[in-house]
Design a protein around this ligand. Structure first.
Ligand SMILES: Cc1cc2nc3c(=O)[nH]c(=O)nc-3n(C[C@H](O)[C@H](O)[C@H](O)COP(=O)(O)OP(=O)(O)OC[C@H]3O[C@@H](n4cnc5c(N)ncnc54)[C@H](O)[C@@H]3O)c2cc1C
Length: 395
């Protein structure tokens, strides 16, 4: 990391910036060795150091490592403050003093109203998450083989969701094989995902991984939103950004991971605003962060299976049988490729295409686009269910 990048990841806020932030939280004293954030904590506030110091620590295999120390004017937190996912690292008081504690909801409100602080904090959170990913921080481990489509799928799922993990390759790491033998894990069970250093998941689906990592924990499924978007490819994420930035209450359902097809593109040269090109992963990771910055909620590894339109509020059934409801539903499920009828095709496919995608049937709906970024869905065939008129759904 160059020095300027470190400065951007760990900036020192100015006195007026701290003053503005303090309006969103409360001042409190800290004690030496007090743990402000524990690994796995689901409620994680932002802490701005006024005096004293905070250490960010990693816990792995019984060892503790200090990742960084925040002094006066600096602040804790990384990408999970945007996503609401559990903490990957511990924040401990190393020098007693005082902090401003800001709850996540208040932080998100501030990010949407204070452009200058939003830029400083968002950039720091994203750079810190990148650092956690490149350092393999956290307690999640994938054990598998690069010759296994399942392993590539799991690695791609975690990467696309910006989740750090260690990878042990059975083809090169003898210890990994011994580890599996000890757990009586057979070849059919590969890949194995060790979740938070505790649960051992054998050849898990993306949904099982998302559940274990609490990816969707903070989303209230009983809430009726303004807009439910099905699919988090470039189209769905763009709609989420525009909808949420205009103040709509947006929920996105994504069957796999955010980014869609574009997420697997190594370089996109023809996207507006990127004259030198951008990798698909970079582009869609930015869009994902941007949508969350404006308050959109994104459910991961939850495919929509059915749309019901019995009343003014639409209801979308998702994997597992639960439902979410919204005043508008926008289907942005992309394209489905025809496959050649070859028996052993799966063996040769890239992980993106071997993902167990549950596509919405394209004949299900016609999508009427308007001059704005939003689109209105008009189901043209009675595939959506209506208890009153089972064959004449008029959403
Ligand atoms: C390798 C590759 C490289 C490419 N390079 C370029 C390029 O350089 N330039 C360019 O212009 N285009 C490129 N494309 C095409 C571009 O990526 C697509 O046009 C674009 O991604 C389409 O966006 P979308 O949001 O409409 O659909 P998609 O990207 O297909 O996204 C749809 C999303 O919906 C989700 N989904 C599907 N069904 C459901 C369901 N039932 N419930 C919930 N979620 C669901 C999917 O998992 C997916 O994430 C490339 C495509 C690929 C595969």
């Amino acid at each position: 990391m160059s020095e300027s990048r470190i400065d951007r990841a760990f900036p020192i806020l100015t006195a007026p910036q701290i003053e503005r932030l303090s309006a969103y939280g409360r001042r409190r004293a800290t004690r030496r060795d007090e743990i402000l954030v524990g690994v796995g904590d689901k409620v994680v506030p932002l802490y701005v150091v006024e005096s004293g110091a905070l250490q960010v620590r990693r816990h792995s295999g019984g060892l503790e490592t200090v990742i960084v120390t925040h002094g006066p004017g600096q602040f804790s937190g990384e990408g999970n403050l945007l996503t609401g996912r559990p903490a990957l690292v511990q924040v401990r008081v190393s020098e007693p003093g005082a902090v401003i504690e800001i709850a996540r909801e208040r932080l998100l409100a501030m990010i949407q109203t204070d452009a200058e602080l939003s830029r400083v904090l968002m950039r720091a959170f994203i750079l810190r998450r990148v650092q956690l990913i490149s350092g393999g921080y956290g307690n999640d481990v994938v054990i598998g083989s690069n010759h296994s489509a399942g392993t590539l799928r799991v690695k791609e799922f975690l990467t696309r969701n910006g989740h750090p993990f260690h990878y042990l390759d059975l083809d090169v790491d003898r210890d990994a094989q011994e580890l599996l033998d000890r757990f009586h894990v057979s070849v059919e069970d590969v890949p194995v995902f060790i979740c938070r250093g505790e649960a051992v998941l054998r050849n898990p689906t993306n949904g099982e991984i998302a559940d274990c990592l609490d990816f969707n924990e903070t989303i209230d499924q009983t809430h009726v939103g303004d807009l439910v978007i099905v699919g988090a490819g470039p189209a769905g994420l763009a709609a989420a950004v525009y909808g949420a930035s205009e103040g709509l209450d947006v929920l996105v359902l994504e069957a796999s991971s955010p980014g869609g097809q574009a997420g697997s593109s190594s370089r996109i040269e023809n996207y507006l605003g990127f004259p030198t090109g951008v990798s698909g992963l970079d582009l869609t990771a930015r869009a994902y962060a941007q949508a969350q910055k404006f308050g959109a909620h994104i459910m991961i590894a939850k495919g929509a299976t059915r749309l019901s339109c019995d009343g003014r509020i639409y209801s979308v059934e998702i994997d597992g049988g639960s439902r979410v409801r919204g005043r508008t539903v926008l289907v942005a499920t992309g394209a489905e490729y025809r496959r050649p009828p070859l028996g052993n095709l799966a063996r040769f496919e890239a992980p993106a295409s071997t993902m167990r995608r549950r596509r919405w049937n394209p004949s299900f709906a016609s999508v009427k686009t308007s001059s704005s970024s939003a689109a209105e869905i008009r189901p043209v065939r009675p595939r959506c269910s209506s208890a009153k008129r089972p064959n004449a759904c008029t959403c």
